[in-house]
Design a protein around this ligand. Structure first.
Ligand code: MLT
Ligand code: MN
Ligand code: ZN
Length: 313
């Protein structure tokens, strides 16, 4: 098999779409079955070469529903057996890690790749490593700096041959429960380039991106597919809609519209780059498929990820 496959397991931000307690225009419309809206589960993707063994990137609280819907992720036939061969965490946010609890019946310790900062939050503020030690346990694989000390080491898996992942630190925010929430460190949030060595194609994934630097921009420029933070349309979206008190930037997300926004950044990439937004918050007007905001994305050649979307590269 030349190409690897990437499955969008969940395309919404924390809370999902609709969010259980939300009556914003979007959540009401999707709940009423308005055909212009598609429900979405919380943030997660999966990567495989053979379709039998998958790397799960982020484990969302919706994982059991997601596994029921994505038959691809359960191709195994052993009495107790899973297609999830490994997990990689991009941060320690609730929408990205609490699905690990639902995987507690795993036959052996779950192999989980994360930075020291993420494992620290998961052994303290949200002590999942300790909790799961009473069930299947977590086999911790530290995402470590490489010999230069400037980048992380490349990660390979025996069951994902001729492919590797390169992780980079992102400017965003650790979770609200982290002691580092207002004092972010490199390693609290990472992005990852997934590289298929057979086709030479690269996909860059960064569901939580607060601000761009040269290294992140280089990853965007060098990727054939970018799957990036689509949380908010405007910086004051939550405040303007009366849904919250924080700006997108305060939550570690770069809004799409406006000067220096995600649309402007994506538009500066080569026309051949496939540009996709993921981790969409339920307040975002792009969730309405005939909105003017969605049309702006379409005109800019930017797609919006949906649950079940497959990307081959
Ligand atoms: C975020 O990325 O800011 C979230 O989606 C927060 C959350 O999980 O509640
Ligand atoms: Mn999130
Ligand atoms: Zn809502």
């Amino acid at each position: 098999m030349q190409q690897t496959r990437l499955l969008v397991v969940g395309s919404a931000a924390g809370g999902g779409f609709p969010q259980w307690n939300c009556n914003c225009t979007n959540c009401q419309a999707v709940r009423q079955g308005d055909a212009r809206y598609q429900p979405r589960t919380q943030s997660s993707i999966a990567w495989s070469r053979d379709g039998l063994q998958w790397l799960l990137l982020n484990a969302s609280p919706d994982i059991l529903t997601q596994l029921q819907r994505c038959a691809q992720l359960q191709p195994k036939t052993g009495k107790r057996d899973t297609g999830i061969a490994g997990v990689m965490l991009m941060d320690a946010q609730i929408d990205h890690v609490t699905g690990l609890v639902m995987l507690r019946e795993n036959a052996s310790a779950l192999p989980v790749h994360a930075t020291a900062e993420v494992f620290a939050d998961l052994s303290d503020g949200l002590p999942l490593t300790k909790l799961l030690s009473h069930y299947c346990g977590i086999e911790q694989h530290l995402i470590e700096p490489d010999a230069t000390g400037l980048a992380y080491q490349s990660i390979t898996w025996s069951w994902l041959p001729d492919a590797h992942a390169r992780v980079i630190p992102l400017h965003s925010k650790p979770p609200p429960y982290s002691p580092w929430r207002n004092n972010p460190r490199p390693g609290d949030n990472v992005g990852v380039t997934l590289i298929n060595e057979v086709t030479g194609k690269r996909l860059f994934y960064a569901p939580g991106l607060g601000q761009l630097d040269e290294d992140v921009f280089a990853c965007l420029q060098n990727a054939d597919v970018v799957l990036v933070d689509g949380t908010f349309w405007t910086d004051d979206e939550m405040i303007a809609q009366g849904l919250g008190k924080k700006t997108a930037q305060q939550m570690g997300h770069l809004p799409q519209s406006g000067a220096g926004g995600m649309i402007e950044i994506l538009s500066s990439l080569p026309a051949s780059t496939r540009k996709i937004l993921i981790h969409i918050n339920n307040s975002n007007p792009i969730l309405c498929e005939d909105s003017s905001e969605r049309q702006i994305l379409t005109d800019a050649g930017i797609e919006v990820a949906y649950d079940g979307m497959e990307i081959w590269f």
